[in-house]
Design a protein around this ligand. Structure first.
Ligand code: PEP
Ligand code: MG
Length: 580
């Protein structure tokens, strides 16, 4: 019988994949099952024993550090956990399960721990009932140490060709790894469609479904899966007729993509002759080939965080410059907008500890431009490299998460200083490097007129603009239903930003995910947007629409839509706009 799971589909186009499951056991609360051979049993038991010893040592270290004046109860807790770690009822039984059932230690520990917890839960004595928590803690301690050295759970060491990776959560760095290792798709328990991992999946063309809680518990590695990144459905044990249905859909998607190739060489002009700039968001330099093949007029957002991921050290100026110079050469005259480092809670790097992750609310903390301004040693090499790369071809610099005009003034002063430095060193740079601000903080949208006076262009980051305006965490699938880029508040802010840019006579583009979502193309054209930057895979879909529309007609109809914003839900207004 087909097993169906429902989550959030991440990639609207080309989003179906069929392949065997690979259960990523990292970061799990529970454990995944994997079978082992009888020859592997002694090594698996030894691995378990080592994890128990490591957990015991860790607890002994904690116990040794307890301050003298701490109530005696704290030490007693730790002693109780230490005793459990030595208790045959826990440890011997796990060894037995590994040997008898020929399974991995994590799984044996998990099922035995669950049995013990159940026994304690059924006790009449309320005190004893609470001891279930102790068992869970001890099991968790051992699991943590098991995970740290589990060779079969390290993504980097797996052959992922053609598999569907099923994980509790995946970082953007993991998504890159999956792409490079040829994974067919991924499915996660957590995460929302605006998380950076989801954005990467779209951009890299990896079908993905997120937010299926507990799915890693129900699937086994090797089991054939169907992933529908459009509807958010994941199927296991699919019967032949279901599989045939998905194969047919895949063929239809491929046929549509072939048809879209016919419009690649047409100018991106609306029916009434307005030229629209279709630009690409690049996550990795290698995306440039698909972007160019889709006929872009620029790169509106080159995210540079990926220079910092999957490594322990930080890139220096030479590495920045080499990366940008190669991209400028590949783009061969097509303008490149380099966004300065935007690390934060969503996008972390191993080589950087100060990413706001220790803060109470990292999304509101020291991330992006704030982090760069605080750490000149981090910012200066990147700025110098951008200035130097701009001497090699058309390059613009874009600042993420601008909150106020003072930040821009500080960057402009820093750039002036760096230019003097480069000049003194006899190094080539672009004295007229255009500088733009991303408008993704509501305060910046409301102050867009003042910001527009200081910069050369604005770019609307709707992912963060929506996150901060709606107070909806991009990463939290439980509030994802509130994430609505056509909420009247967002639409008014976007209009304000476009007006501010037009008023100052500077270009306004949009590089948030909204720009590549065809449901919003007519609306955004009607609001006056003329520059769209999106995942390379969406360019031809957006172009197909703009070739059919008349901007003056859309502008009239959008103006009417705005007059009804307070009495009709924007989604209904949007339907009307999209109907003809
Ligand atoms: C945005 O916030 O809309 C944006 C484009 O930046 P990022 O998704 O990288 O935060
Ligand atoms: Mg952003």
């Amino acid at each position: 019988m087909t097993l169906a799971f429902q989550g959030i589909g991440i990639a609207p186009a080309c989003s179906i994949a069929l392949g065997p499951a690979f259960i990523d056991a990292r970061g799990r609360v529970g454990a995944a099952h994997s079978s082992i051979s009888s020859e592997q049993v002694p090594a698996e038991i030894a691995r378990f024993d080592l994890a128990v010893t490591a957990a015991r040592r860790a607890l002994q270290r904690v116990r040794a550090q307890i301050p003298r004046n701490t109530p005696v109860k704290v030490a007693e807790f730790i002693d109780a956990h230490l005793l459990m770690l030595e208790d045959a009822a826990l440890v011997d039984e796990v060894r037995r399960i590994v040997a008898d059932e020929r399974c991995n230690a994590e799984w044996a520990l998990q099922i035995h721990g669950d049995t013990l917890v159940e026994v304690f839960e059924q006790m009449d004595d309320p005190y004893l009932r609470t001891r279930r928590d102790d068992i869970e803690h001890v099991v968790h301690q051992i699991q943590t140490h098991l995970r740290d050295d589990a060779p079969h759970t390290r993504l980097e060491e797996q052959d992922l060709q053609g598999v569907v990776v099923v994980a509790r959560d995946l970082t953007p760095a993991d998504a890159i790894l999956l792409k490079h290792r040829g994974a067919a798709a991924f499915v996660t328990e957590f995460g929302g469609p605006m998380s950076h991992t989801a954005i990467l999946a779209r951009s890299l063309g990896v079908p993905a479904v997120m937010g299926i809680h507990e799915i890693t518990r129900y699937l086994r590695s090797g089991e054939p899966l169907v992933v529908d990144g459009e509807t958010g459905t994941v199927l296991a044990k699919a019967d032949e007729s279901t599989l045939e249905y998905y194969r047919q859909r895949l063929r239809a998607i491929e046929a549509r993509q072939r048809r879209l190739r016919d419009i690649v060489d047409q100018p991106a002009k609306t029916r009434n002759g307005v030229l629209i700039s279709l630009q690409a968001n690049l996550e990795l330099p290698e995306d440039v080939d698909i972007a160019r093949a889709n006929g872009i007029s620029g790169v509106g957002l080159y995210r540079t965080e990926f220079l910092y991921m999957n490594r322990k050290d930080l890139p220096d100026e030479a590495e920045h410059l080499a990366t940008y110079a190669a991209l400028v050469a590949d783009l061969d005259g097509i303008p490149l907008t380099i966004r300065t480092l935007d690390l934060g809670i969503d996008k972390r790097a191993d080589g950087l500890s100060a990413c706001g992750s220790g803060a109470c609310n990292p999304a509101l903390g020291l991330r992006a431009l704030r982090l760069c301004l605080k750490e000149p040693a981090l910012f200066r090499p990147q700025l110098r490299a951008i200035l130097r790369a701009a001497a090699l071809g058309p390059v613009r610099l874009m600042l993420p998460l601008v909150t106020n005009v003072q930040e821009i003034d500080t960057v402009l002063a820093l750039l002036a200083e760096l230019k003097r430095e480069l000049h003194a060193q006899g190094l080539a740079y672009d004295d007229d490097l255009p500088v733009g601000a991303m408008i993704e903080v509501p305060a910046a949208a409301l102050a867009a007129r003042a910001i527009a006076r200081r910069v050369d262009f604005l770019s609307i980051g709707t992912n963060d603009l929506a996150q901060y305006t709606l107070a909806v965490d991009r990463l939290d699938d439980s509030v994802n239903y509130l994430f609505d880029p056509i909420h009247p508040a967002i639409l008014r802010l976007i209009r304000m930003i476009i007006d501010a840019g037009n008023g100052a006579g500077i270009a306004v583009s949009m590089c948030g995910e909204m720009a590549g979502d065809t449901r919003f193309t007519r609306l955004l054209l009607g609001m006056g947007l003329r520059e769209f930057s999106m995942q390379p895979g969406a360019i031809l879909d957006v172009k197909e629409i703009l070739l059919q529309v008349d901007t003056e007609d859309l502008q009239r109809r959008t103006a009417r839509l705005f007059t009804h914003l307070d009495d009709t839900h924007p989604a209904r207004l949007l339907d009307t706009l999209n109907q003809d």
